[in-house]
Design a protein around this ligand. Sequence first.
Ligand code: FMN
Length: 308
Amino acid sequence: MNNCVDLRVNFAGINMKNPVAVASGTFGFGTEYQPVVDPSDLGAVVVKGLTLEPRDGNTGTRLYETPSGLLNSIGLMNPGVDYFIDNILETLKQRDINVIVNISGNKLEEYARLAEKLSKCENIKGLEINVSCPNVKKGGLAFGVDPELTFDVVNTVKDNTDLPIITKLTPNVTDIKTIARACEQGGTSALSLINTLKGMAISLDSKKPVFDNEVAGLSGPAIKPIALRCVFEVSQVVNVPIMGLGGISNVNDAIEMIIAGASAIAVGTANFMNPTVSKEIIEGLEKYCIDEGITDIEELVGLSHRNN
Ligand SMILES: Cc1cc2nc3c(=O)[nH]c(=O)nc-3n(C[C@H](O)[C@H](O)[C@H](O)COP(=O)(O)O)c2cc1C
């Protein structure tokens, strides 16, 4: 590690040794990749989305590859928050990992109880609120597509935690800036964007949708231009830091995202294609900074606005 480049970022109060995190649902609970990536080398690990009760997830096909993206319909399969606290967090505690816990609920009270339970645990550095899962609905409406409902979720979590709150936005809206502003007003400490886009696949054999739920979430390289646009737009209308994600597969993608306005980035689907990609991105960021004569990675954040 060349000491001339400072890759550290303080992301909404979370001290990250570099700006590279791994995205919820794509890195398990942090230790599964241990043989190839030491999770304590990463800026943060955002663990698989947790709900109050365990969930089996969706039936039928859950993953389907498209030419430049992945469709998933996992359905928030997870062992439930109590199991996580009693059995998994203990292992993570023994290592120096910046753990951010991703939470989902069907009702405001569920978000409140999740926040309350997790806030009592040591070694959790932040909560990422998933308001953008197609399975998470209030009165038939996903929280993250309505500014008032989004405000309510953020505000409820805020009332039940002292941890930094990162609200994860969906791109499946007409104007993501409106939702971002609602999160800021609700008291979020940061935003992460984007979650998956709604997509689908048809089986030529059965002549039916591939997924039991018909619609699934698209991630991977196909969505990077959309994620960049969202980060670029949102970073101009809020004062909270942004974790940019969506299709980041290499160091150049990560740099673009930072220049577009992200203070930190997360790697998702790319972990499945190249399990060491997050490590390569950290090394690549350092090399890029040295080549460009940048001493502090934060100099790059949002540079595209200033250059516009
Ligand atoms: C298999 C899979 C599972 C995911 N599970 C979650 C989850 O539990 N909670 C969540 O907020 N996002 C989840 N996501 C969304 C990712 O965290 C990320 O926002 C999205 O995939 C876009 O980034 P990417 O293109 O780098 O994968 C999941 C994505 C995939 C591919």
